[in-house]
Ligand binder design. Structure first.
Ligand SMILES: O=C(O)CCC(=O)C(=O)O
Length: 274
């Protein structure tokens, strides 16, 4: 099945072959470690995230928002035009811009609390309602092999058609409980796909697709970069009375496109086609 066809049906897509070489991955991993150790090539610190910049929980997931601000190889990866092109094709958009990224470090499972490194089931769209359309997508880049054992991402195929299947307030680190709160529309089925990826492979998911990840039962951390992108036609709206941290660094007027410092174009269609 072709990319777009699969994505329309399922709300996610996995590129079958790695998009990055071993050499590139080494650069990204090194850049990630520099950022985690508070060394920023650009001199700019990323935005605070879960368990960041202070590691308040040594066993918890570390999530660094806007890691691309720090520069270096992670910035190159976050703004990679090949990823932007695939994302644009999946969304059927003329281009995609940066929304924000998240550097993700899932440590091996904690003995005292096995749910600590989990990412609870959620829909990204619940947090992005300053946008007038959910034409938004995430490219999730595996910086090392990702398997069920170390907490691979899980998707619910087709859930991008379910509108709000879960409230943001129902999100917890208890995967089974949160799943029990999901409103499954009549005639639909809640299946779970575990998204195992070789290092350098990339999955893409729609902003409304339900997803999350369980514990890392391996001895090594699970490392990845999630690049959240917004289609180039999406505009700022106050209609949903929502807020988002992007507005603190890049305020918008009603109906304005997401452009400028926080929203560089990642890929855009040439005037006469792809
Ligand atoms: O890395 C994970 O397990 C979850 C990441 C996520 O929620 C996302 O990329 O939208």
């Amino acid at each position: 099945m072709r990319r777009r066809e699969f994505f329309v049906k399922n709300g996610y897509w996995v590129e079958p072959d790695p998009l990055f070489s071993g050499t590139e991955l080494k650069m990204y991993q090194q850049s990630m470690m520099e950022i985690m150790n508070h060394r920023y090539k650009s001199g700019r610190e990323p935005m605070s995230g879960r368990n960041w910049p202070n590691q308040t929980d040594s066993n918890g997931l570390i999530q660094i928002n806007n890691a691309w601000w720090a520069g270096g190889a992670i910035r190159e990866l976050a703004l990679n035009s090949r990823l932007g092109k695939i994302a644009s094709e999946l969304l059927q958009a003329n281009g995609t811009c940066m929304w924000h990224d998240q550097l993700l470090y899932k440590p091996p499972r904690s003995v005292d609390d096995p749910t600590k490194g989990n990412v609870g089931w959620h829909q990204d769209w619940n947090y992005w309602k300053v946008c007038d359309k959910p034409d938004m997508i995430t490219a999730w880049v595996a910086l090392d092999d990702v398997r069920v054992e170390n907490g691979a991402m899980m998707f619910v195929p087709g859930s991008h058609r379910w509108k709000q299947a879960i409230k943001a307030s129902d999100r917890t680190l208890d995967m089974e409980y949160t799943l029990s709160q999901v409103k499954v529309p009549k005639g639909e089925k809640l299946d779970i796909v575990h998204c195992e990826l070789k290092a350098g492979c990339v999955s893409f998911h729609h902003a409304i697709t339900l997803h999350g990840s369980g514990p890392n039962l391996s001895q090594k951390p699970r490392i990845s970069l999630a690049i959240h992108m917004v289609a180039d036609h999406v505009r700022y709206t106050t209609a949903n009375k929502a807020s988002h941290s992007n507005l603190e660094v890049c305020p918008r007027e009603e109906s304005e496109l997401f452009r400028g410092k926080q929203h560089p174009v990642i890929w855009q269609k040439a005037p006469h086609g792809y």
